[in-house]
Write a protein that binds this ligand. Sequence first.
Ligand code: ZN
Length: 327
Amino acid sequence: MIGTQRDIDILVSEVGPRDGLQSIGNIMPLADKKAWIDAEVSAGAREIEVGSFVPAKLLPQLADTAELVAHALTLPGLTVAVLVPNLQGARAAVRAGAHKITIPFSASETHSLKNVRRTHLQMLEEVRAVATMLREQPVAGRPRFEGGMSTAFGCTYEGAVPADKVVRLAEALMTAGCDEVGLSDSVGYANPQQVKQLVSRVRSTIGAQAFAGLHLHNTRGLGLANVVAGLEVGVTTFDSSLAGLGGCPFAPGATGNIVTEDLVFMLESMGLRTGIDLYKLLGVRKILRAALPDDELYGYVPAAGLPLDYISASSADAAVPHRPAVA
Ligand code: ZN
């Protein structure tokens, strides 16, 4: 179908197989994960974060990440992304052949200490070590290296995180050797005004080309409002999770990541091409439903169905008829 990034306006980066699955207790079998990734790629997904190279003891849900990377690499046109917490994880990602690696870096030092037991200085040291290791790889096999700044919009331990600090840390990540920096609202604290201000400041400091995108959670229902705010200041990549998988352990009923189906619906309705066929995408939920019968699946569009005369920006065939809701 579509082979390059140029024919789309917005890159929707699916993070459900990593962020969604790491947040739920049930372990999805490898065959189901593969079926999910296959189906989402055939719906038009261009980038999927398939897992995380963390010790299986810590996250048994993601223990098969290397196998998933190997499988995902067979899918043409797909950017295969993984999360890596440290140098050891980055080495595993390079061995596996991932196209993109993201190291989480918490803007809140308290969160960083609780999560990875490292201070900012120690984490920056780790980022430098990863960057050095990557520079030693042949250019052809070298993954793109993103610093994913979590708690950039607020932290459950520290509360407000000063924008000055986020800007300074984004610069520090670039200096330490990241190719790009993205901002994450890990706990759903962001509001649209804050998104516009912080993204503008970070982009103008590190350069628009080095701004990786936004990773938003819908914990307080502002996920898509924050996407629109991001669009208004030029963001072209957004992370999301199919069915908002993962939920939020601190807010029952609230989705985790923004819901891929709702995000694609909004963008396509606004005339922004994602390259994703929404009908096919809605069908992928069946794989999640069957593999995770006890976990909640979220999404407004899947529940309500598409509006009559819904028009997809990615589709050449103008209007498509209303279809019933997909379970
Ligand atoms: Zn997240």
